[in-house]
Write a protein that binds this ligand. Structure first.
Ligand code: MN
Length: 717
């Protein structure tokens, strides 16, 4: 059984005395809280966290990680709380152990699900600190080493989970030693017969193999010496699972697996060119097998692994696989990401968050010149900047969304109809509001109802472009449908007033002229423009009868406000009118006046008073008799829609960032859209502003965002 003195002995080689004291304190704490708990093996529970800490010490991890290893099960299995851990061992440890507790609570469903790459990404994203994953892997290694004490069905289950999730995860982080051990341990329980058979065969040929290994090693070593290259040659049997996989994949017998032993040249030099030098020596010695040379130095693997691999025809005509690498490359190959907690000159540096991120950045930068590092980089980015959330469908598929996504985004990601007809959602089997923000690991189920439609308000609660465009699509179509009906009705009335039957005039030349005269393409457009209030039916009839344009052109952009007409005077009082609340007031869409602007009212037919800005070109061209004096009568609860355009770099989550700035002023966003082109994003917002100073504040705040290039207020002329 591992003792605390063993751990401290190993740790004192690279940690500070203060660190050692803390590790000892954590040991005592863990022993106290786990007291009386027993493992399936009959041993005291404490042996488990001790072994985990031991593995982490062998990996030369920092003190916080080793302490977290000692305490990793305390929140889950004892009465210990995160607050207590923070008091006793500091923020770092409390954070790591809380992260581990969260991670241990994710349950893994079907095998397909577990094997999905999304799943591994999810785990990465959920572990905000990579050290959480390293402790988790060490935890799993010890559990696998002691798996024999579990009942049989449980053994297989845990072994499969290890093979599906933890071994690939170790591989992803480049920790080869862990991956191989996890694979071999899992293999032993998943396919015990094959495992035993293979072990027996390897044992049988052991002696001959040892002799052969020595022979090849000494030939290579002699060649290095002749050329004054310093380094060591290793020859070791490949791990069982890789042999098994090879036999399985290539449909060959054990005797046909030639390269059971992997030879490795680890150079003292840190120069890449020495690796190529050694390669040419080896190729001069033995004939290379065509197509088996792999240059992972020039093109590292996705997990940053670097080495030269070659297969040659050896002294007995057999295939020999040889890997050539520098010491640094070797350290990475064995320890992967964990190699980055290195200690300079025997002294531990303070492993602050900054330092850690800097280290990881170095890895990223190191990869920038390399052809296919995308996968690894995005994973690291996920780990450092978790901007995405991963959730499950009821079938167990994993879907990813930007942070802030809601069940509506989820619904649209399944199907447009599911989105459009979505009336509610269940998350982890309980009903949530549609504005609920999805969390990592949520299981989301959408409730739909045939005939249900999206509402404009949904736009406030979605972040994915897909949902935004689908909702806008629907609203546009809906507006068009409504405007068609309304337009037709208005035109029918107006034609009737002039003793004409609208339906009889549809295909006439006069109608075509009217359509052309309004710069439109077809009749449907004309009807909907009338319905939207952009063209008056009177103007059409006039055209129809005279073939000429009416004298007064109406503002093209002016549009009836549909929603706000309910509250009549809208914060505007008309001079000389006692009871302004009786008068319907609308704001012109062409100039969107807001409190503080100089304004004028235009008495329309049937649409009440339309408020324009004083310098609006449209109102200047209108009938002077119909223009009235108006003044702002600002009331707190009144807001006015303002269009703003934000031009910025096309980065992830712009909409959310800008929206949150706007919302921080308690300003409602009634519409938001992003269009991107050539890495530049154009965001359009319609925001409900109470007064001019507030608008200026909002605009100034958006301008402060570093990725924003310009903010424009689409308003005056
Ligand atoms: Mn554990």
């Amino acid at each position: 059984m591992l003792r605390i003195s063993d751990i401290l002995d190993k740790a004192q080689a690279y940690l500070l005395p203060d660190d050692l004291e803390m590790i000892e304190k954590a040991y005592i704490y863990s022993a106290t809280v786990h007291q009386g708990q027993v493992r399936l093996s009959g041993e005291p529970y404490l042996t488990h966290p001790m072994e985990v800490a031991g593995i982490l010490t062998d990996m030369k991890m920092d003190a916080a990680t080793i302490i977290s290893g000692l305490l990793h099960d305390t929140i889950e299995d004892t009465l210990t709380t995160a607050e207590q851990l923070e008091r006793e061992f500091g923020k770092d440890v409390a954070f790591l152990v809380s992260g581990l507790t969260k991670l241990s609570r994710i349950s893994f469903g079907s095998q397909e699900e577990r094997q999905s790459e999304n799943f591994r990404k999810m785990i990465l994203a959920m572990s905000a600190d990579i050290r959480i994953l390293l402790v988790r892997l060490a935890d799993r290694i010890h559990n696998m080493r002691t798996l024999q004490y579990h009942p049989k069905d449980k053994r297989t289950y845990i072994a499969r989970e290890t093979m599906d999730i933890y071994a690939p995860l170790a591989n992803r982080l480049g920790i080869n030693s862990m991956r191989m051990e996890l694979e071999d341990l899992s293999f032993q329980y998943i396919a015990p017969d094959a495992y035993d058979e293979l072990t027996a065969k390897i044992a049988k040929s052991k002696e001959a193999r040892a002799k052969y290994t020595e022979e090849v090693k000494s030939i290579i070593a002699r060649e290095l010496e002749k050329n004054s290259i310093k380094g060591k040659v290793e020859g070791r049997a490949k791990h069982l699972y890789s042999i098994y996989k090879k036999m399985h994949e290539q449909h060959i017998n054990f005797d046909e697996v030639y390269d059971l032993i992997a030879f490795r040249v680890i150079l003292d030099s840190d120069l890449e060119k020495t690796c190529y030098e050694v390669l040419s020596l080896v190729h001069a010695l033995w004939k290379p097998v065509p197509g088996r040379f792999k240059d992972y130095i020039a093109m590292p693997k996705a997990n940053n692994y670097q080495s030269l691999h070659t297969t040659v025809i050896g002294p007995y005509g057999e295939r020999v696989e040889i890997q050539i690498r520098t010491r640094n490359m070797h350290e990475w190959a064995e320890k992967g990401i964990a190699a980055h907690w290195r200690y300079k000159e025997g002294r531990a540096y303070k492993d602050s968050e900054d330092n850690q991120i800097k280290k990881l950045r170095e890895v990223l930068e190191m990869q920038q010149d390399i052809k296919n590092p995308k996968e690894f980089m995005s994973d690291l980015k996920l780990a450092l900047f978790p901007e995405e959330v991963y959730v499950f469908t009821p079938h167990g598929d994993v879907k990813s969304f930007p942070k802030g996504a809601t069940p509506i985004d989820f619904a649209y990601s399944i199907h447009t109809d599911v989105g459009n007809q979505c009336i509610g959602a269940k998350v982890n089997r309980s009903i949530v509001p549609l504005r609920y923000k999805l969390q990592n690991g949520d299981r989301v189920e959408i409730i739909t109802q045939a005939g249900h439609h999206p509402s404009k308000d949904w736009l406030k609660n979605v972040v994915t472009t897909r949902a935004i465009s689908k909702i806008r699509n629907w609203i546009n179509l809906d507006e068009k449908r409504n405007s068609m009906a309304l337009g037709k009705e208005l035109l029918e009335k107006e034609f009737k007033r002039n003793h004409l039957k609208f339906s009889n005039c549809l295909k006439s030349d006069e109608m075509s002229k009217a359509i052309n005269g309004c710069s439109l393409n077809q009749l449907d457009d004309l009807i909907s423009q009338v319905g939207l209030g952009r063209i008056s039916p009177k103007r059409i009839v006039h055209y129809f009868l005279t073939g000429q344009e009416e004298e007064l052109k109406e503002p093209v952009k002016e549009k009836i406000k549909t929603k706000k007409t309910a509250s009549p005077s809208m914060g505007v009082s008309l001079l000389g009118i006692d009871d302004p609340d009786d008068i319907m007031v609308n704001f012109a869409k062409c100039c969107n006046p807001i409190p503080g602007d100089d304004i004028a009212g235009y008495i329309s037919r049937g649409r009440g008073v339309i408020i324009h800005t004083g310098n609006c070109p449209y109102i200047k061209r209108m009938d002077k008799e119909r223009i009235v004096n108006v003044q702002w009568n600002t009331r707190e609860d009144h807001t006015y829609p303002v269009n703003i355009k934000v031009i910025c770099d096309d980065i992830k989550g712009i909409l959310t960032e800008v929206s949150s700035i706007i919302s921080s002023f308690d300003v409602n966003i009634s519409y938001a859209q992003v269009e991107t082109e050539n890495l530049i994003a154009t965001c359009t917002f319609v925001i409900d502003i109470s007064n001019l100073p507030q608008l200026h504040q909002v605009i100034a705040a958006i301008r402060q965002l570093k990725f924003v290039k310009s903010v424009e207020w689409l308003h005056h002329f």
